[in-house]
Design a protein around this ligand. Structure first.
Ligand SMILES: Cc1cc2nc3c(=O)[nH]c(=O)nc-3n(C[C@H](O)[C@H](O)[C@H](O)COP(=O)(O)OP(=O)(O)OC[C@H]3O[C@@H](n4cnc5c(N)ncnc54)[C@H](O)[C@@H]3O)c2cc1C
Length: 432
């Protein structure tokens, strides 16, 4: 028997979904509308921080987290000291992500196609039988995974944000992003601090060659520099609130409020956290940044992309509501904000797509595991207005503590996975 899985969207969640579907024995095709793999991961750079060891250790014990092997292969700074994210911070070279992902796909026999913007679906009975691309091609499959992110392109950026800001998604060149789920059912938007639909991206990337030689040297040596916010600078609180930064789970970290934090992500200094939306417009007033040039987004300090506006309701197996053979992962399946969330949901969606193709019930991860408890919690919260005002992360300690899955010791985490009987579940070849 054969199972053909079509993954729409070649970002971090799409990568993870494709790898677990392939490991389970499916033929896998990934459709990406642009000319690169990586999605918003191409402007991210912080792969690991805070308590990321909890979900990563679990995911590896389950047999997944291959995205983290890719990040490891392009990591340029490990255990960066002094950051508010803790000594676990790891930074990867964003300029090598697309190439590293392509190599990983080739090594695993995963087909990927560029310039394939999916704009419609074909149904046969109650199942999706094919996706239709803007160029007219139809790609058939047994099961489909929507990992298109939760951005919708220029119209949303104009209506809810600062207009098209020339971000990495490059909509004027490749057309607006958009999922397959919304071709049949309604999607939902996260809410910002004003209670309005939208989240506006925060971090900006500065060309490293445009910062002072001292800061450049420190960045290259240590990976991280904190510049105290000068006293006379007015914070841009409107931009901060439109970015929903209050609820992002990181805004209260003292270091993020009082310092401009720069991270070396490979040729670029990335400004993260509250300082980024609050002080992007006054960047050049910071010592050492007098000549700084914002490289991404292309609109510089004017603003950022609008995201988290088209999320799909789904069950704990990540099957999209209203569909028999469509799964979703990454930002598409909840107001989550990090690469690791994309990795762990992508892993599960890919595995379950193959089970679906074989007529088997989907796997739900037990709530005794951080990943299982997290997927369940976010799925419930995104159905409430209050829940849509928050942002979630599977490595955020307060959330994990409230769900009774916060664990300090990697051996203890591995033991919890053993207790569930699911060690290596993503490695098992299901298609015979
Ligand atoms: C500016 C910024 C900086 C960030 N920095 C960090 C960070 O440092 N660390 C961290 O952990 N997280 C960071 N994040 C969050 C992280 O990047 C996202 O959570 C993650 O990329 C989500 O992955 P995804 O695969 O769900 O979606 P995306 O990354 O959005 O990928 C979706 C992919 O689908 C493609 N696509 C969309 N529509 C279609 C279609 N119709 N047909 C075909 N393809 C389509 C897109 O082109 C894209 O490649 C950042 C986010 C932003 C906005």
């Amino acid at each position: 028997m054969k199972v053909k899985v079509v993954v729409v969207g070649g970002g971090p969640a799409g990568f993870s979904a494709a790898t677990t579907a392939r490991k389970a024995g499916a033929e896998v095709t990934v459709l990406e509308r642009t000319d690169m793999l990586g999605g918003l991961g191409l402007v991210a750079g912080l792969s690991y921080s805070n308590y990321a060891y909890i979900p990563v250790t679990e995911a590896k014990a389950l047999g997944g987290a291959e995205l983290y092997d890719v990040f490891e292969s392009i990591t340029i700074h490990s255990h960066v000291e002094g950051t508010p994210q803790g000594g676990w911070t790891k930074l990867y070279n964003v300029t090598r992500l697309d190439s590293a992902m392509q190599k990983a796909f080739r090594a695993r026999g995963i087909e990927f196609m560029f310039g394939k913007r999916v704009v419609n679906i074909d149904m046969v009975g109650d199942k999706v039988s094919a996706v239709v691309c803007k160029d007219g091609t139809k790609i058939k499959g047994d099961v489909f995974i929507d990992t298109t992110g939760a951005t919708t392109g220029i119209e949303a950026c104009e209506r809810l944000g600062y207009g098209c800001v020339s971000c990495i998604l490059r909509c004027p060149s490749f057309g607006n992003p958009g999922g397959i789920v919304e071709k049949k059912v309604k999607t939902v938007s996260a809410l910002n601090d004003y209670g309005k639909p939208t989240t506006i991206g925060t971090s900006v990337m500065i060309a490293i060659e445009s910062v002072s030689p001292e800061i450049r040297r420190e960045l290259r040596e240590k990976g991280f520099v904190a510049i105290p916010v000068p006293k006379d600078i007015e914070p841009d609180t409107d931009r901060f609130r439109r970015a929903a930064s209050t609820h992002s789970g990181v805004a209260d970290m003292q270091g993020l409020k009082v310092n401009m934090l720069l991270h070396d992500i490979g040729g670029f200094a990335k400004v993260v956290g509250s300082a980024s939306p609050m002080y992007a417009r006054s960047l050049r007033s910071f010592p050492g940044l007098e000549d700084a040039m914002i490289f991404h987004p292309g609109a510089g300090a004017r603003g950022h992309l609008v995201w988290q506006v088209a999320m799909a309701y789904r069950d704990n197996a990540l099957r999209a509501d209203g569909f028999v053979n469509v799964f979703c992962a990454g930002t598409k399946c909840g107001p989550q904000h990090s690469l690791i969330d994309a990795a762990v949901t992508g892993d599960l969606a890919g595995h379950n797509a193959v089970r679906c193709g074989l007529g088997q019930p989907g796997l739900e991860l037990p709530k005794t595991l951080a990943i299982g408890a997290y997927i369940n919690h976010v799925g419930k919260m995104m159905r409430t207005e209050d829940g849509l005002k928050n942002r979630y992360g599977v490595k955020v300690p307060e959330l994990l503590k409230s769900l009774n899955v916060f664990r300090q010791d990697e051996k203890e985490i591995a033991r919890e996975v053993e207790k569930t009987g699911l060690v290596g579940v993503y490695q098992a070849k299901l298609v015979q």
